[in-house]
Design a protein around this ligand. Structure first.
Ligand code: CP
Ligand code: NVA
Length: 330
């Protein structure tokens, strides 16, 4: 893993297709090993998990992956450390650099994770920022390739929803880098920024990927293998925005009618999770009470259908994060 050794993973755009696929392949081989076949590659390593936003999957994936590989983790949550309040990001990075071998960071600005990488002198993993979610896209590619046997260049997927968010932008760049047919379907007010689209188009030109950003579900969903959804309001965004998001995005709810536009029944539904699909949670009940059933990004019916592969994606977070740590640290 010479390509990865000692490297930080801050955004997909800094890597090429071969490098990204190397992690996916390693993740698949780590997943396939029985407990007696497994070797611990990270014995004695220490990983700091610096999370300024909450997490279920990503945090657990880092902790369990580290455990499987013999490494120690320390979790610093949204409160309780000095980061960003009493101590600068750079100073925190220098301190962690003297005690740990790597940092996983989840938070707001991409600059924060870049500053950590710059000043810690060790690999830093972006565990989600407002701009990118690069460990998610690795698990998503792994899951897609589990489900279809065709070449990546033959695989199509459409992200439906807030096209400006971290998951959408990461998937757009990843699909373009890997030569896939990648589509973003959102109202034009929520299209990814033009710089990211231009970058995706540039990657696409060199490898034959197809990139489509469209506000028209009929065009964007036609024939796709995977339909991908995410929350309409991301962590850290003001709650007051929800009203306008529901107004803009209700026509893009992933439901039975929308899926008719795919034109075949072989689609699969994906979501990074957590998802708002019913009123059983506190957030879901408030959303339903305020805006009604059209306020959920996906209907309960589709979310729980046999074509939904969301929990496989969640499980694959573990193996891809394990692979990333092994490739960069062992
Ligand atoms: N998909 C994802 O990143 O989930 P968590 O917020 O639970 O980590
Ligand atoms: N776009 C979502 C993804 C959560 C995993 C958010 O940033 O909240």
């Amino acid at each position: 893993f010479q390509r990865w050794k000692g490297k930080s993973y801050l955004a997909e755009k800094d890597f090429d297709a071969t490098s990204l696929l190397e992690i996916v392949d390693l993740a698949k081989s780590l997943r396939a090993k029985t407990s007696s076949e497994r070797t611990k590659h990270l014995e004695g390593k220490r990983i700091a998990l610096v999370f300024e936003k909450d997490s279920t999957r990503t945090r657990c994936a880092f902790e369990v992956a580290a455990y499987r590989q013999g490494a120690l983790t320390t979790y610093l949550g949204p409160t309780g450390s000095h980061l960003g309040r009493e101590e600068s990001v750079a100073d925190t990075a220098k301190v962690l650099g003297r005690m740990y071998d790597a940092i996983a960071y989840r938070g707001f600005a991409q600059e924060t994770v870049e500053t950590l990488a710059q000043h810690s002198g060790m690999p830093v993993y972006n565990a989600l920022t407002d701009q990118w979610h690069p460990t998610q896209s690795l698990a998503d590619v792994m899951t897609m390739t589990d489900h279809v046997t065709k070449a990546l260049s033959e695989i199509s997927f459409c992200f439906v929803g807030d096209g400006r968010n971290n998951v959408a932008r990461s998937l757009l760049i990843t699909g373009a880098l890997l030569g896939m047919d990648v589509r973003i379907c959102s109202p034009s007010a929520l299209w990814p920024d033009s710089k990211t689209v231009a970058q995706a188009e540039e990657f696409a030109r060199s490898c034959g990927a197809r990139v489509l950003v469209s506000d028209n579900p009929e065009e964007a969903l036609l024939g796709v293998d995977f339909i991908y959804s995410d929350v309409w309001l991301s962590m850290g965004e003001p709650k007051e925005l929800m009203h306008s998001r529901v107004e803009m995005l209700a026509p893009y709810q992933v439901n039975k009618e929308l899926l008719e536009l795919v034109g075949h029944g072989n689609w699969r539904f994906m979501h990074c999770l957590p998802a708002l699909h019913d009123r059983s949670t506190e957030a879901g009940s408030e959303l339903g009470r305020l805006y009604g059933d059209s306020a959920f990004e996906v209907t309960d019916e589709i979310f729980n259908s046999e074509r939904s592969i969301v929990f496989e994606q969640a499980e694959n977070r573990l193996y891809t994060i394990e692979a990333l740590m092994v490739a960069t640290l062992s």
